[in-house]
Write a protein that binds this ligand. Structure first.
Ligand code: SF4
Length: 330
């Protein structure tokens, strides 16, 4: 439950601000000048703040659309991402946001219209190339939908731009907004998944995997394109059996023609980020594993990564062609 909302004075009358505040009538409201006064100040404690994060409503001024890191996308020539929000209501142990921000407060940029203007410009500037835009890089795209209506606005925007693809990445099962809309042929709802027993331990506060799988099937059945993101792959006891079961469960009765793509990617961090996150959880098994450091990258190392990638790919090939299977390496 959000108890405190900080609002930049300049966007106090913005329609999204009004909507958000109307959804949180009991929260304390405090005016601020600029979000930087509060967010990501040094010497904040991510874990402590995560116990009771505040919500900050702000205006973003620049860098609305950024090139996605190489290895992030599927088969488009150019991939971009945009982040209307920093931080997430879930608390996955492996989440890189913990190493990126020292604040766990939720920062929501309410000026969606400026994101859409910038996306339109990016489309115009890249005419002739196939483009995919991703949301859900610095937050979960759907988890806050009831409060923000972000997905609804964004899907309406991309409906008018059938020449590009849009991927909404999520672990949320808040799919009512989508089910109430006609499926949009250039929009993909992509769910991050891990085996149930792994997610029960690591995907803290996120919906259980069986619920996510139910949401995926419901959406595919109603005509939405769905994506499966087995990312990050977690190396653990009996990982082969666990991933085979997961893939079998999700593929059973899935409207396979509406499965846009399946991607998988290893657990990897920049060294500094890994050290920051591991220090937050001295007792966490995930960070007790003897990871390998190669240059500035911390990972399970090529032997485990390759074995997992080959196995997962072979399992997926039992259900769909290689043209819909992608390995993401960021
Ligand atoms: S759902 Fe994604 S963004 Fe949210 S905590 Fe988990 S990994 Fe991080």
């Amino acid at each position: 439950m959000i108890e405190t909302v900080f609002v930049e004075s300049q966007i106090i009358d913005h329609p999204i601000t009004e909507r958000v505040l109307s959804c949180l009538p009991k929260a304390d409201l405090l005016n601020i000048n600029r979000y930087q006064e509060l967010f990501n100040k040094r010497q904040q404690n991510f874990r402590l703040q995560k116990e009771k994060p505040a919500l900050i409503l702000a205006k973003k001024h620049d860098n609305f659309v950024l090139p996605a890191p190489s290895g992030f996308g599927m088969d488009s020539q150019k991939n971009f991402y945009f982040s209307h929000m920093y931080n997430c209501i879930y608390d996955c142990r492996y989440c890189f946001l913990q190493g990126m921000y020292s604040s766990a407060n939720y920062l929501l940029f309410v000026n969606f219209e400026d994101f859409f203007r910038s996306i339109s410009e990016t489309i115009q500037n890249n005419a002739g190339s196939s483009l995919t835009f991703f949301s859900g890089y610095d937050c979960d795209s759907l988890a806050f939908e009831k409060i923000t209506s972000f997905a609804q606005h964004t899907l309406n925007f991309f409906k008018e731009h059938p020449e590009v693809e849009f991927e909404l990445r999520t672990k949320s099962v808040n799919i009512e907004t989508l089910l109430n809309l006609e499926p949009i042929s250039n929009c993909i709802v992509a769910f991050s998944l891990s085996p149930e027993s792994v997610a029960d331990v690591l995907d803290k506060k996120a919906p259980r995997v069986n619920k996510r799988i139910r949401a995926i099937k419901k959406l595919a059945k109603s005509g939405w394109l769905v994506g499966l993101r087995l990312d990050p792959l977690i190396f653990c006891k009996n990982w082969k059996g666990l991933y085979s079961e997961l893939i079998e469960e999700v593929m059973a009765d899935l409207e396979i023609r509406n499965l846009h793509s399946v991607s998988f990617g290893p657990l990897r961090y920049p060294k500094k980020m890994y050290n920051t996150i591991a220090a937050l959880y001295p007792d966490e098994k995930l960070f007790a594993f003897p990871m390998q450091t190669t240059g500035q990258l911390v990972s399970y190392g090529p032997e485990i990564e390759n074995e997992m990638a080959t196995y997962i790919q072979d399992e997926l090939k039992k259900y769909l062609g290689v043209d819909r299977i992608f390995q993401c390496l960021i």
